[in-house]
Write a protein that binds this ligand. Structure first.
Ligand code: LMR
Length: 328
């Protein structure tokens, strides 16, 4: 490239980033880490972007950066506080630096399915958690669903003892560290974007995730198989910088929050279906999916559940009780 061509290429790519936005529009950068299609979060983020850009044209302009192209989840909240992004939807496992209350959602076998998660989040206890990081500058706006987590490794996992001595990638959550230690594994916190390579190269032996993440990032291709444990959940907090939100004109804020609310309702009701489709796609692509019988599953429950005791103080017994009441 000549210097002139390089300069041109740079200016083209610089304008390309915000080409969709007009002068005077409030730019909302939304950074996330998953695929855009066949994924509950990716689909919801794209729908939000489309609706904001159509319905708020001239006032607000949203640009979604998926697949960790802008930030990993361990950087995005800091970037938000700096004003570099305005919206993110990290999993609830990734807020430990800001609040320990979300640890409830990582406790193994706390919620029997995503409907139970939904009911808890809609309760007063669940809604109060949206405001739990205000002092730290973050406002929770909505919960977005992914689904139940499954276990995978480079060997078949049928009983918890099969995990003994294996290295597992976990999200940045001490609850998940404790959970993997409970089954005799060595947990390693790692960014989502690094998991495929780490599994492929044997840096870790296994991981836990939802069908849509295992399919979307092709983890099944570098694992022996996936065991349908449904032992935990991945759910998201759509989060923003509270000062940015408060700085919006009221009518703009209300319109934006109304669209977000509608997208949340529409897409949350589809998350289980998206995950079932991803499970089927894994099977169709030749991935091995293993089922547990009732006795085998009971052993996973028995081995993992003692972790609750360790985090009772962080999450509050009243939240555990409320979640358990919903399961009943
Ligand atoms: C993970 O890191 O495994 C997940 O939080 C990724 C995601 O956003 O679903």
């Amino acid at each position: 490239l000549t210097a002139a061509a390089a300069a041109l290429a740079m200016s083209v790519s610089a304008t390309a980033v915000s080409a969709a936005c007009d002068d005077g529009e409030i730019v909302v950068k939304f950074s996330h880490v998953t695929n855009t299609d066949k994924h509950p979060k990716g689909i919801a983020a794209s729908l939000l972007e489309k609706r904001v850009n159509e319905e708020m044209d001239g006032k607000m302009c949203m640009e979604v950066f998926p697949n960790s192209t802008l930030y990993n989840d361990n950087k995005v909240l800091e970037a938000m506080l700096q004003g570099d992004v305005q919206l993110a939807a990290p999993s609830l496992s990734k807020f430990e630096k800001f609040t320990k209350k979300f640890r409830l959602f990582d406790l193994p076998f706390m919620f029997k399915d995503i409907n139970a998660v939904d009911a808890f989040q809609a309760s007063d206890n669940g809604q109060a958690l949206l405001d739990s990081m205000q002092r730290r500058g973050l406002q929770g706006l909505a919960y977005w669903h992914n689904g139940m987590k499954q276990m995978s490794a480079n060997v078949p996992l049928i009983e918890p003892s099969d995990a003994n001595g294996l290295k597992f990638r976990v999200q940045s959550s001490d609850v998940l560290v404790a959970q993997m230690e409970a089954i005799g594994g060595s947990p390693q916190k790692m960014a989502f974007s690094e998991v495929y390579g780490a599994l492929q190269q044997g840096v870790v032996d296994g991981q836990e995730n939802t069908w849509s993440n295992i399919y979307g990032k092709k983890f099944f291709e570098v694992q022996d198989g996936i065991t349908e444990t449904n032992h935990g959940i991945i759910d998201y907090l759509v989060v923003t910088n509270i000062d940015w939100l408060n700085g919006l004109d009221e009518d703009v804020r209300e319109q934006f929050l109304t669209i977000l609310d509608e997208v949340t309702t529409t897409r949350n009701s589809e998350s289980a279906k998206v995950n079932q489709e991803a499970k089927q796609a894994i099977i169709d692509a030749g991935g091995e999916v293993r089922q547990l019988n009732a006795d085998q599953r009971a052993k996973w429950v028995e081995t993992m559940k003692p972790v609750w005791e360790q985090f009772k103080g962080d999450v509050g017994q009243e939240n555990i009780d409320a979640a358990q009441e919903i399961n009943a």
